[in-house]
Design a protein around this ligand. Structure first.
Ligand code: GAL
Length: 336
């Protein structure tokens, strides 16, 4: 009798486990049973960031759309790391101790793998986004979705090179520029700074950097720094490179205030293809930008979450969504 009971118990446990596994199948499966709820914790490095705001809205929308189909319900909690390592560490540890089913993590700090390691140790399926950790070995339940920042820099350089004077507005044989950087800890900031200039020098253009400062991806800081540089170097500045569009918006304000005219006596490039910037590119008040595909990256990240939840192996551990160069020729496409 005792033996029979333990066999029965074992059978029941197997059945229960198989039942649990079902939530890991196709999300929109439907069926008569009450829909399963899957908890997803999303940690964003900072809400106050133009590009990451679009990104997180896209993540929310992806799961809202799935929920509307009536199958598995995804309960998404998005938290603001306020660009503070301690704050984000606490938020991610809270997700882990609450036992969320999956996470999407946009790290505040990529130079230390400590938080990523805590995520690996938790065994919770997690997709890291937007900020790449250099030389990192993703475990079986984690992966990264982003973009190859070298390409965005290369496109910025190409936009300037494609001008008929290759950026040399005053014809003195040297392109004098200023560089407004994002957070220098990020590979996006490092690569954009390096590869934008590399494209010019690889194509035989002489360059001189007059000023390089970090505006931390922020519009107000971008404005302040470009105003300072224009004040110090005046008409010598031919090109303003900004690591992102947020700072380019600030740069445009400073350029206007200094009485300079983009396309006529100065060039200005950014990255992200924010709608405002694409409108400016179309109007000629910004020379060009580069599409950083927030929607494509958010979709890829959410799809990876679903795959990991389904127990599928992700072979492409570092998934790069392509950048696109944006000039007056195609800016319309990105004004939505
Ligand atoms: C970059 C983006 C910036 C900023 C940054 C945050 O990819 O171009 O605007 O959002 O990520 O890490």
């Amino acid at each position: 009798m005792k033996k029979l009971l333990s066999v029965l118990l074992a059978v029941l446990m197997v059945l229960a486990l198989a039942g649990c596994g079902q939530k890991e199948e196709t999300p929109a499966g439907g069926g008569e049973a009450a829909p399963e709820t899957v908890k997803i914790g999303v940690a964003i490095y900072q809400f106050d960031d133009n590009f990451m705001t679009l990104y997180r809205q896209n993540i929310q929308k992806y799961f809202d759309d799935l929920n509307a189909q009536g199958g598995t319900q995804y309960e998404v909690t998005i938290v603001d790391g306020k660009n503070d390592v301690a704050e984000q560490t606490e938020q991610v540890n809270t997700f882990i101790s609450q036992g969320v089913d999956a996470m999407i993590v946009n790290l505040v700090q990529t130079s230390s793998p400590a938080l990523a390691q805590a995520v690996e140790d938790s065994g919770i399926p997690t997709v890291f986004i937007n900020r790449e950790i250099a030389d990192y070995n993703y475990g079986p339940k984690t992966c990264y979705v982003g973009a190859d920042a070298r390409d965005s820099g290369t496109y910025q350089g190409q936009i300037i090179f494609d001008q008929e004077n290759h950026g040399d507005l005053n014809g003195d044989g040297v392109v004098k520029y200023i560089m407004i950087m994002g957070d220098p800890e990020n590979s996006d900031a490092q690569n954009r700074t390096e590869y934008s200039i590399k494209y010019l020098t690889d194509n035989g253009v002489n360059v001189e950097c007059l000023y390089q400062e970090t505006g931390m991806w922020d519009q107000a800081k971008g404005q302040e720094l470009v105003a300072t540089a224009l004040n110090a170097y005046g008409d010598d500045i031919e090109v303003v490179f900004c690591n992102n569009d947020g700072m380019a918006l600030g740069a445009a304000q400073a350029i206007n205030a200094a009485g300079r005219t983009v396309g006529k006596d100065i060039y200005l490039v950014g990255v992200d293809a924010l709608v405002e910037c694409c409108e400016m590119v179309k109007a000629g008040t910004m020379t060009g930008t580069v599409l950083n595909d927030d929607q494509g990256q958010a979709t890829a990240a959410c799809e990876s979450v679903l795959k990991l939840l389904a127990g599928e192996e992700i072979t492409n551990k570092v998934n790069y969504v392509p950048y696109v160069m944006v000039t007056p020729a195609n800016a319309d496409q990105y004004i939505k």
